[in-house]
Design a protein around this ligand. Structure first.
Ligand code: SF4
Length: 301
């Protein structure tokens, strides 16, 4: 039996659903029941009718699945799958920041720990960040964390009074304006789509053709008739874009934009996770209850 067949058989045997983020290894995406961005996977996690959720992604995503599904078992196949961006802010820092800005609303990007979500008023993904910020009453100041590039993009789009936490994703922050200029010269006429966490997206916004969440990029890939498209985000998404649309050449802005955390999980880890029921992700009930409040609101947006 191949590894892939083993995983499929174990999923049924263990009553499990396998969710994979767009940045996961191609072989993991291919065997997953659902592939998508954080918001899509958060929705699927809630709707899954299986008793076990295996999350091929990073830790904060598995925590989110657990918060939304307290009665189910959530497994993260490799505990080293963290997130450099989520590590950029702690719950203590959120409390201290809030104390400096009494009355402000805290908007947390989904790439945060459960403890940080529990201290926040709103939560968003890159797909709905603009809509979520527009929901905050106009008279309220906003503290946006932890990604300053996404925050800057949202501030420009909404014109709201926003303070930005100085944090970034180490993978996206490396995508710079110089790289955009080089790609433009090397691939004349090819449209450039960028994720709003990219350092390039906020600094050379007028030069980017489309700013899209990862799922927005997937939809764009399905629909585009362009012969070539330059993609500015983690390279894992290219697997899905190329599979959905083999007639367009999808070229990474930077082939070195690889998230080491997202690549921790391979198919052997997924098989072992199912076989040995590891590693179980838990969130303290009180923290989960407070974080669920903001996640439910995010999902409804
Ligand atoms: S790409 Fe960046 S934000 Fe996404 S998991 Fe990796 S470190 Fe975190």
């Amino acid at each position: 039996m191949s590894l892939e067949e083993e995983v499929r058989a174990l999923k049924d045997e263990r009553d499990a659903v396998l969710l994979a983020h767009n940045y996961q290894r191609p072989e993991v995406q291919d065997v997953a029941d659902y592939v998508g961005d954080s918001l899509y996977l958060a929705r699927r996690a809630r709707e899954a009718d299986r008793s076990v959720i295996v999350f091929a992604g990073v830790r904060f995503m598995a925590e989110t699945a657990k918060i939304l599904n307290p009665e189910r078992t959530v497994l993260l196949p490799d505990l080293r799958a963290g997130c450099g961006l989520a590590d950029a802010v702690t719950a203590d820092q959120v409390r201290a920041w809030r104390a400096e800005h009494p009355g402000a609303a805290v908007v947390a990007y989904i790439n945060t720990s459960a403890d940080v979500k529990a201290e926040s008023d709103y939560c968003c993904t890159s797909s709905n960040a603009v809509k979520v910020v527009e929901q905050v009453p106009a008279e309220q100041e906003i503290l946006f964390l932890p990604d300053m590039f996404l925050g800057d993009y949202v501030r420009r789009r909404t014109g709201r009074r926003m303070h930005l936490w100085v944090g970034d994703c180490p993978v996206h922050a490396k995508l710079r304006p110089e790289g955009v200029a080089r790609a433009r010269a090397e691939h004349p006429g090819a449209p450039l789509v960028a994720h709003p966490e990219c350092g390039c997206a906020s600094q050379v916004l007028p030069e980017v053709d489309r700013v899209l969440s990862t799922d927005g990029m997937v939809r764009f890939a399905e629909e585009t008739k362009e012969p070539e498209v330059i993609v500015a985000t983690e390279v894992g998404i290219l697997h899905r874009m190329r599979r959905l649309n083999p007639s367009t050449a999808f070229t990474p802005l930077d082939a070195g934009a690889v998230c080491p955390y997202m690549k921790e999980i391979d198919l052997t880890d997924v098989r072992d996770s199912l076989a040995e029921r590891r590693f179980v992700v838990d969130v303290l009930p009180e923290t989960a209850a407070r974080a669920r409040r903001v996640l439910e609101r995010m999902i409804a947006t």
